[in-house]
Ligand binder design. Structure first.
Ligand SMILES: [Zn+2]
Length: 45
């Protein structure tokens, strides 16, 4: 699953959401970027 991030509010946006609207659903910003190779989820064992 690919996640994008809003440049303005910094919220994660799912790629399925962006298939309909190419803008941030939270603030309406168009500046979206894809954080690559950033370990957002770390499994604690
Ligand atoms: Zn936003």
């Amino acid at each position: 699953m690919v996640e994008y991030k809003c440049f303005d509010c910094g919220k994660n946006i799912d790629s399925t959401t962006l298939r309909r609207m190419v803008r941030c659903p939270y603030c309406g910003g168009k500046m979206l970027y894809k954080p690559r190779s950033v370990p957002t989820k770390v499994k604690a064992r």
